[in-house]
Design a protein. Sequence first.
Length: 378
Amino acid sequence: MIKLGLIGCGAVGVGAYLPAVAELAGLFEIVGVADARGERARKIGANLGLGADECYAETTELLDRGDVDAVVIATPPNQHGKLAQLAAERGKHVLCEKPLSTRPAEAWAAVDAAKGSGVQLAMMHNYLFLPEYLAVKKELGYGAIGDVSVVVVDALGVKDNRGADGRVEYNWRHDLDVAGGGVLMDMIHLLYIAEFLLGAEISKVSGYVDTTVPGDVVESLALCRLQALNAVALVNVAWGEGPGGTRVMGSDGRLSVRYRMGGTSPFDRLESLTVVKDGEETEVATTGGESGFVRILRDFADSITEGRPPVGTGAAAARALETAVSTYASAAWQRVVDLPLARGTTLYELGARGVWDGPVSKTSSVYERSLFRGPEGK
């Protein structure tokens, strides 16, 4: 039985992780909770049958407990990296919400800490467990369409859902210092999916970003071109009502994932997965089963007991973060950005805000809208 601590007692921690842990009662036992709002930690802890001395406002008090084997981090994004690093340094296995951080330097520090301590750093990369992508993985593994050359992931119908902060006038997804960016950070899932489908690490990034919200300092539209070896992915994402779906072109055929009315996952249900080859179109069956949270927690437990990497790794998350901030930099600098980012650069250290340390073009939408900085450099 893995003794688990929950860090972050908000909507995701309580509404998604706790029910999933309950389904896996034979694998996990929650022995402590932490939340910056101490009263919330105590309330949730009481509901779990924990004593007041097992509920913390200070996360380090939970991390310092010798009986905690692993933690789930479900805090706001700008806290993920530091907490993951602290937990790993104390020998705790970590399952972290996405993104791993808002700053590449913090993300890689967490990865390095986990490696140094010999613990697992798993990510809530739940798209890898969606039925359609499990089926796509199988088809590509079979060589159904040959060698992959082009991947197109469209998600132009992302719902701009408010977070669970409770303030009607506030949406943390539009808060640069909390979220690290706009819709691309919100849907960073698409970047690790693109790398997964390409089958190689992304090495070059170019992109365009803009906002449709007057005065906003984060993007509501991002168009990304991602190169990996001899293949390329196009990832297009926006808060709005545009089309969605995934297409993969291979040397021997093509593969298409379509959602209801051509919409965007997960806001529209899966409609079909088809393979076109030799002039024939074949529909591929997909199966549901356990929720993504349950599957990821099960994989997390197995990675701990079997001593093998989780499906969604910290390194993949750090690369996805570098891809996101490099898209911002490319849009601002109007040039291709190479990956991996050089350690010590402002972009590597600061993430989105670091684009302004580079050669920002005055003709770019980033400059014109003061994206990732705000009026008067704020």
